[in-house]
Ligand binder design. Structure first.
Ligand SMILES: Nc1ncnc2c1ncn2[C@@H]1O[C@H](COP(=O)(O)OP(=O)(O)OP(=O)(O)O)[C@@H](O)[C@H]1O
Length: 705
């Protein structure tokens, strides 16, 4: 297709014609005609009748003919007048006039009004002038358009040489205009091939790269002034469009992934806004509660699913994990999670779990029966005849604990009786095992007796065994006691403070004499046993009150040490968490990777009265709920969240800051202890400058040792 570059502006004939003010008439003479032509410098003069209508025209060539024929000046012009006149109505469109003038050998025409009266003359010069004027303005318009256009534009002549290029194209190519003008288009843009350009029948659209831009080029032919073919190439930058398309594509991918996650990973999800109206509900939830989807979106949740109790989370801002609930015989659990934005609750999410609940329920049962479970585990441990833990398994970064581990390891190598003190769950049994594992008796049995777990009347036979038929219900062949079993090795008396006074007396005798009698027996049995005992009871007070024998106390208390509670060594909390997460992933088949910083803060702030055991149990429970693979705040049990010792535990950032300060304080103190108060060494150990350390000592009001 060949484009013609034409005049677009609407040209009025009245604007370009020469107005006629002088006329000839039927009776006018040669002289009058010459006078008008001379004065007006016209090549033609219209002649009109009495009504002013066009009769014909007197032209310069008629004048020459009359003069050459020797006609006198008074000769009437009427017989010589040209009546075959090129005339246009004043409202004839310009392009028609242009065509008529172009094709006629007459250089002028007459413009008539509606009454056929001549009002103007139009000559080829008028047309040429007009064309020139319009082509100038057209050129200006085109240049303005191309200069401001986002399209890159290139124009070639018939030899494919670039004759025009706009600023946008220069930008795209990264070249100046003068570096492009005059070059062959296929040199400038090698992706445009000569043959393709020459054989091009119609417009070509193709994707090509110009400089750093991906573009679509529209290549078309136009007719040059020489009537041959040149090219116009318009380049549309599509880099941005393609980037947006890629982004859109990735948003779509995300959307479908999230949709899948929502549909598959959670059994059911419902989201509400701050006003308690439903903003999203997942298909499985609709199915579970047999809802009509069109009746849920934007409806108040309390009208649709009041039993979920989601609005209370919006009010309280606290996450909440509910107990089992039931709908249509299907049991489910609701996790209620507030949605926060800039510390303000803007809505809530209800996660509903109803698939594989049986398995979860089993776990719940296990948690509920935790004490029982622990008892069974201990019983099993008691039956073990060798120690299961070593000092390597005692995890700590606490200075005091490390010191303790070092001194206990030394004591372990001797023969002395050891008393381990410490609150419940601090690791007393762990230490007892570790002591045995590096003692000279390491190859011999390690036997545990939990003095609190065995009924009083069985404890004696448990310790010393009994002879055949010693009492009703006794096993036929008698039983070997723990002292017997531990011969050559270690007997670990757990909860030794819970032993009755009569048994304390018997135990004392064995410890003093190294001999005992079986229940119902008469033979003295000699044993070589190292005693390690443990208790969380205040034995000194008990001695004072007479509930624990003083002599036994001194026998047991040859070497004694106390394990500090977890709340006094907060630095160990996250370390232990890491260890337990690994252990529990292995034993429970979970895949938890870490703890969210907010949940870490709560764990650091909690008092841990149940010490390391409680920490492990809380983690085990949280790991069941940690669906994201990370333990979040709402995976922690309510009692931990509520009892976190630092104030205002809803404002997590504040809580976090307090805890971080606390942790920083603890770390500085440890560093000072380790370096015996030497501040330079402590600063080096902490990896901070002395001046920063001084600032912190001042901030936390830490005085040196
Ligand atoms: N420092 C530690 N590193 C690793 N695990 C520990 C540590 N301290 C305690 N534990 C773990 O904590 C749990 C409780 O420890 P343990 O049973 O030894 O405590 P305990 O003081 O004997 O408790 P109780 O007084 O109730 O008998 C165990 O699982 C033990 O392995």
């Amino acid at each position: 297709m060949i484009h013609r570059i034409g005049v677009i502006a609407v040209i009025q004939l009245r604007e370009i014609m020469t107005p006629v003010t002088d006329y000839l008439s039927q009776s006018s003479t040669l002289e009058q005609a010459i006078t008008i032509m001379k004065r007006k410098k016209w090549n033609i003069v219209p002649a009109t009748d009495q009504d002013g209508r066009l009769l014909g025209v007197f032209t310069r060539s008629i004048l020459y003919q009359m003069v050459l024929a020797g006609q006198p000046l008074h000769t009437p012009i009427h017989p010589f007048m040209k009546t075959d006149v090129v005339a246009f109505s004043v409202d004839t469109p310009y392009d028609i006039i242009e065509k008529v003038v172009e094709n006629s050998n007459v250089g002028s025409g007459v413009v008539l009004d509606g009454e056929q009266r001549p009002i103007g003359l139009i000559t080829s010069i008028d047309i040429a002038r007009t064309l020139l004027r319009t082509s100038y303005s057209l050129r200006e318009q085109l240049e303005a358009i191309l200069a401001t256009s986002q399209l890159g534009a290139v124009m070639t002549d018939e030899q494919n040489q670039v004759i025009f290029v706009n600023a946008r194209f220069c930008d795209m190519l990264g070249c100046a205009e003068k570096q492009i003008i005059g070059r062959n288009i296929t040199d400038v843009i090698p992706d445009i091939h000569t043959t393709e350009v020459q054989e091009m029948e119609q417009e070509v659209h193709k994707r090509i790269v110009v400089g750093n831009y991906r573009t679509i080029v529209r290549l078309s032919k136009y007719k040059t002034v020489k009537g041959q073919e040149g090219f116009i190439a318009l380049f549309q930058n599509i880099s941005e469009v393609e980037r947006m398309a890629e982004e859109l594509e990735s948003v779509k991918r995300w959307k479908s992934m999230l949709q899948t996650v929502i549909d598959k990973a959670y059994d059911g999800i419902v989201m509400i806004n701050q006003q308690g109206r439903i903003s999203f509900v997942s298909p499985s939830l609709i199915e579970l509660f047999e809802l009509d989807e069109s009746q849920t979106i934007h409806q108040p949740i309390d009208g649709v699913l009041p039993q979920l109790g989601l609005t209370r989370v919006v009010k309280s801002g606290l996450a909440d994990i509910s107990d089992f609930m039931e709908v249509n015989g299907i049991q489910y659990i609701v996790h209620r999670i507030p949605v926060l934005q800039d510390q303000h609750v803007v809505g809530a999410i209800g996660k509903i779990m109803f698939r594989q609940l049986q398995e979860v329920r089993e776990r719940f049962k296990r948690f509920d029966r935790h004490e029982w479970k622990e008892g069974v585990a201990r019983q099993q441990r008691r039956q073990a005849e060798s120690s299961r833990f070593t000092f390597d398994e005692i995890i700590t970064s606490d200075y005091q604990m490390e010191k303790l581990v070092r001194s206990v390891s030394k004591a372990a190598k001797g023969r002395s009786t050891i008393l381990i003190r410490g609150e419940s769950g601090t690791g007393k049994e762990l230490f007892a095992h570790a002591i045995h594992s590096i003692s000279p008796r390491e190859e011999k049995p390690f036997v545990t007796v939990n003095c609190a777990a065995i009924p009083e009347h069985l404890l004696e036979s448990e310790f010393f065994g009994y002879e055949e038929g010693a009492f009703t219900g006794a096993k036929h062949k008698g039983k070997v006691g723990k002292f017997d079993l531990a011969h050559g090795g270690t007997l670990f008396l757990d909860e030794v403070g819970d032993m009755s006074l009569p048994l304390q007396a018997k135990l004392l005798r064995v410890l003093q004499e190294g001999e005992f009698y079986r229940v119902g027996g008469t033979d003295r049995i000699h044993v070589d046993v190292r005693i390690i005992s443990a208790t969380n009871r205040p034995l000194e007070d008990m001695v004072e009150k007479g509930t624990f024998r003083e002599d036994l106390f001194y026998r047991l208390n040859v070497i004694s040490f106390e394990i500090p509670p977890l709340r006094l060594r907060k630095g160990d909390i996250l370390l232990l968490c890491e260890l337990f997460i690994k252990d529990l992933n292995k034993s429970n088949g979970t895949s938890v990777t870490s703890i969210d910083p907010e949940a870490q803060c709560v764990m650091l702030g909690y008092e841990w009265l149940g010490n390391v055991r409680e920490l492990r149990n809380v983690l085990e429970r949280a790991m069941v709920f940690a669906e994201s693979g990370k333990i979040q705040l709402d995976d922690l049990p309510d009692y931990v969240l509520k009892k976190t010792s630092l104030p205002n535990n809803q404002q997590h950032p504040v809580l976090q800051q307090n805890l971080l300060n606390q942790a920083e304080q603890d770390t500085i103190q440890i560093a000072l202890q380790k370096t015996n108060g030497n501040k330079s060494q402590a600063a080096r150990l902490l990896g901070i400058s002395r001046s920063v350390l001084y600032e912190k000592l001042k901030k936390y009001q830490i005085s040196c040792l």
